[in-house]
Design a protein around this ligand. Sequence first.
Ligand code: NAP
Length: 267
Amino acid sequence: MTVSHNIVIVGAGHMGTAIFLGLKKSNLDISIIIVEPNTHLRSNIASTGINAHEKIPELAGSEILILAMPPQAFSAFSKTCNTVQNHSGLIISVMAGITLCELHKNLSATQVCRAMPNIPCAVAEGITVLCHTPNLTQKNRELAQHLFSGMGKFLLAEERLFDSATALVGGGPAYVAYFANSLREYAISSGFNEDSAHHIVVQLLRGTSALLIENAEPPLDLCKKVMTAKGTTEQAIHFFDDNQLNTIIVDGLKQASKRAKLLGEGS
Ligand SMILES: NC(=O)c1ccc[n+]([C@@H]2O[C@H](COP(=O)([O-])OP(=O)(O)OC[C@H]3O[C@@H](n4cnc5c(N)ncnc54)[C@H](OP(=O)(O)O)[C@@H]3O)[C@@H](O)[C@H]2O)c1
């Protein structure tokens, strides 16, 4: 599919910047405009040669709008920003909690899609969950899928799964990095220098991902292969199990999902 579009990204925080970097690196035929109130972020972006505005410019009908501001800012944005009202181009929201119904209602727009990406989009290794209103045109469905497939993988899901997708997909890199930090702390506490600790942990993540991809097996099968009976790893995993680490992680994601729902309710 050949895409030649202007994309306006509203909000260039962590996720907006990851999308902007991912799109910039992709081979898609697009031009990008960033809208960002933060002067410092705006000048950083402008220094990379990208158009960065404080306020949203006049939109042409065909422009794709990506809303990447905090969900708490959406209500005020939709009330004060007349340029986006009735926008006929594709609108993609990556905001946690804000439903398709609210997007449609607040923006008086029909071509609306929700995406839950994550920051590895910046390096074309993201995973994005997508859903859209039933009246999104086939062309715009394909366009949204095309944009996110340029930044990694995507999958379609029903909107009822979006708070879970927010917890799992949006937040996922943080949990993996949190676990990586525990490994790093252990490495440093046992005498490895910071560079070695970083090198070991990064390669552990890469090697484990590569095996999971290559073997297409459930993660616990890989785990069991390392847990030689009466060996060292078994000791660590039994300790994790005895302390219900798995339950703690699953419960943590449930908390994140609950928070996504509350964000949508304006809390
Ligand atoms: N971070 C992630 O990994 C991730 C993953 C998936 C989805 N998301 C979603 O992405 C959105 C942004 O998250 P984030 O982590 O990138 O937040 P963030 O780092 O706080 O960035 C949000 C940016 O939006 C700007 N902003 C605020 N109001 C705005 C407005 N009216 N118009 C334009 N820009 C505005 C903020 O500027 P100021 O600082 O000046 O207020 C800030 O630079 C959220 O809705 C979140 O749910 C995030």
